[in-house]
Ligand binder design. Structure first.
Ligand SMILES: NC(=O)c1ccc[n+]([C@@H]2O[C@H](COP(=O)([O-])OP(=O)(O)OC[C@H]3O[C@@H](n4cnc5c(N)ncnc54)[C@H](O)[C@@H]3O)[C@@H](O)[C@H]2O)c1
Length: 371
């Protein structure tokens, strides 16, 4: 990173092609404290600090960011730099996209999830009414600076969470990449942290940019990037509504496993592939079992952004590296989920326990979402 504001801002302005913009920053407070030396180029009087959690990914925070920008007389030529994980880049990107009908923004992602996924592609947004990302825009960042070194301080849960989104990207689009991830994790004794992550982040970003770039407004192919997110988001919303927390990527890996099993139940995926992929996901330390019955999440699924009058756009996996989006009715999806659920009982020799959620629910209400 740059050693001074002048150095950073001059090169960013040059890359963006803007003359004399002013830069304002929104930064994850925890990251700023941990990386004060590396982030010393951020002038303290130009930064809005945010505590990264789903509760703060809200319109309330956006209002505060906008008030901060107004207080600084930020104008349409100015640039907002978002430093943090997906919570900060989603919220900051959204604030930038609506402030004065849109100013430019730059992402400096500091989590694996944000580096491999959230900071690119242009989806910005906040949660609303207990539902994830209900309000948002698709607005591309002008620049994304990926600095792998930030990952050194990432807690294990957030590392696993990001790894899960990275695996998702490979699984839907690139069989060879998926295979390399699986073999490298296995060669590292199933320790995802020992895997040389840089090349996988670069590959995931390339895929995301190509898929999202071919369909920026998500009318077609881009929908496959939502693989695992139907049940993933529903589970996340359910757990957050109970005042608990689950890392986004953990919810997504559970959602991917559900989608893979639903793909098999609906005849899209071979049983052998299904079992192998689920076992590989779990071998990499990713969660694959839903702590609540999938059918109990249907209320959230009915409010999913992918739901239409005649059904939901559900992403099925045909085989590793090949995904497809299909419109299916909510009744059919629920029926498939019930069949997967009965398989869960068989796999575990017992029905899902109602307190299986306990592992994810903590007493810290700060993690929940406002309803
Ligand atoms: N826009 C998109 O395309 C997209 C894609 C996937 C996910 N998302 C969104 O991203 C969000 C999740 O993002 P996330 O997983 O990055 O979570 P996050 O931003 O909430 O960060 C997770 C935790 O890691 C900490 N942290 C961040 N960087 C750190 C570092 N370098 N060292 C130590 N700690 C660090 C944060 O303080 C926080 O406690 C969700 O809201 C999800 O909906 C968006």
């Amino acid at each position: 990173m740059a050693s001074s504001a002048d150095e950073f801002e001059a090169s960013a302005a040059c890359l963006i092609g803007k003359t004399r913009p002013r830069f304002f920053y929104i930064a994850d407070h925890a990251v700023y404290r941990l990386w004060k030396n590396k982030l010393a180029f951020i002038p303290e009087d130009s930064v809005f600090f945010m505590d990264a959690c789903e509760k703060n990914k809200s319109l309330g925070t956006v209002e505060k960011i906008i008030a901060f920008l107004i207080g600084k007389n930020a104008c349409r030529n100015d640039i907002l730099v978002c430093v943090g994980g997906g919570t900060v880049t989603d919220t900051g990107g959204f604030a930038a996209s609506v402030y004065m009908r849109g100013i430019r923004y730059v992402n400096i992602p500091t989590t694996l999830l944000a580096q491999a996924d959230a900071s690119v592609g242009g989806k910005t947004g906040v949660n609303f009414g207990g539902y994830k990302n209900m309000i948002g825009t698709i607005t591309q960042p002008s620049l994304v600076f990926i600095v792998p070194e930030f990952l050194n301080t990432l807690p294990p849960v957030d590392y696993r969470s990001g790894f899960s989104e990275l695996v998702k990207t490979a699984l839907i689009q690139d069989k060879d990449l998926y295979g390399s991830i699986v073999s490298e994790v296995s060669a590292c004794g199933n320790d995802i942290r020992s895997v040389g992550i840089g090349k996988f982040v670069a590959a995931a970003v390339k895929i995301k940019l190509s898929v999202a770039g071919s369909d920026p407004t998500e009318k077609g192919r881009r929908k496959i990037l939502n693989f695992g997110h139907t049940y993933g988001h529903a589970l996340e919303e359910h757990i957050l509504s109970e005042g608990g927390r689950i890392a986004h990527g953990d919810a997504v890996s559970i959602g991917m496993a559900a989608a893979i099993r639903i793909s098999m139940e609906s005849g899209c995926m071979e049983t052998e592939d299904t079992e192998r992929v689920i076992s590989e996901l779990s071998g990499m330390g990713l969660y694959t079992e839903c702590p609540v019955p999938l059918t109990s999440l249907k209320h959230y699924i009915a409010h999913d952004k992918k739901t239409h009058a005649d059904g939901i756009d559900f992403v099925v996996l045909l085989a590793p590296g090949r995904a497809e989006c299909r419109r299916i009715s909510l009744e059919e999806l629920d029926d498939l989920a019930a069949r997967v659920q009965s398989g869960y009982g068989k796999r575990h020799g017992k029905p899902v326990r109602s307190n299986a959620l306990a592992g994810f629910v903590q007493n810290d209400m700060a993690g929940g979402m406002d309803k």
